[in-house]
Design a protein around this ligand. Structure first.
Ligand SMILES: [Zn+2]
Ligand SMILES: [Zn+2]
Length: 285
């Protein structure tokens, strides 16, 4: 079984009730953080998951809303670990990730220096390893395999989706993408597809061109559902709602997806959790 928790279902627009884009995937005894938007560690704290119990950080792309709390994840993991010899945090993302991580560490350079000077048992900067990937198998450890493929979020490029497999169960995380064959192939037959979605019918009429621009590089609810249908996945999990789902609007969003995808559809608030079993998905709460 793989457990998916929507940590942050928000978007770049701050929302009092929705953290920035981030999803927690637990497979076997491994815990993967996929993207790390604003407020992510407050959400993992609600699950009793600390930064130092993350197995790896996976980044779909380098848009600010998806990496806003990268520094918080790296620094908090470092300062909240009390075991000797903290292993490096594996960070897997598209080309460019190493530069972002390096510059984040630079931005926190004063902080890192203060803490090393102050605490006798902190002697080195936060340990991380960065793996830049765009295609193929990128992780294989204790029964968990992770594969990536390019997605289409142009002009943002490169961007990637992840497929996490464990014991016959599989979850694909699309990130931000318009429909594309590489995502279809990555998602083919998966237990669940976690896909970001925007309501083009609500965004298109807005007067600000800069807001309307987002329609051309995201999937609408219906397009995300079409991808799920084409790929024949068991469960469609929608997240990263633009605009934020208002109270009472959930069924409207679900109906749009259900018009093209007739299997299980999950959406909701931060901390919404879905169990993905081999072959079939069962909602937990
Ligand atoms: Zn994006
Ligand atoms: Zn985004």
């Amino acid at each position: 079984m793989i457990e998916v928790t929507l940590l942050g279902t928000g978007s770049p627009i701050p929302d009092p009730n929705r953290a920035g884009p981030s999803t927690l995937v637990r497979a076997g005894d491994q815990t993967f953080l996929v993207d790390c938007g604003r407020g992510v560690l407050q959400r993992t704290a609600a699950l009793g998951v600390g930064a130092n119990s993350l197995t790896a950080l996976l980044l779909t792309h380098l848009h600010s809303d998806h990496i806003a709390d990268l520094g918080d994840v790296i620094i908090t993991r470092w300062v909240s670990n009390f075991a000797p010899d903290l292993a490096p945090l594996p960070i897997i993302g598209p080309p460019g990730t190493a530069e972002v991580v390096e510059n984040t560490l630079k931005a926190f350079g004063f902080d890192i220096g203060y803490r090393i000077a102050h605490h006798e048992d902190l002697t080195t900067p936060p340990p991380v390893t960065v793996q830049e990937v765009s295609d193929g198998v990128v992780w294989g450890r204790d029964g968990v395999q992770i594969r990536v493929a390019p997605t289409d979020h142009r002009p943002v490029t490169p961007t990637i989706g992840f497929r996490i497999e464990h014991d016959g169960a599989s979850v694909v995380l699309a990130g931000d993408s318009v429909p594309c064959t590489t995502l279809d192939d990555l998602a083919a037959g998966a237990g669940a597809l976690v896909h970001t979605a925007i309501r083009k019918d609500l965004i298109d009429p807005l007067p600000m061109q800069r807001i309307r621009d987002i329609c051309d590089y995201h999937s609408s609810v219906e397009q995300a559902a079409e991808t799920a249908a084409r790929a024949d996945v068991g469960i469609l999990i929608l997240t990263h709602y633009v605009p934020a789902i208002q109270p009472g609007q959930e069924e409207e969003w679900r109906a749009l997806a259900a018009s093209v995808f007739d299997r299980q559809i999950e959406l909701g608030d931060d901390l919404h959790r879905v169990e993905v079993h081999p072959g079939v998905g069962i909602r937990k709460d």
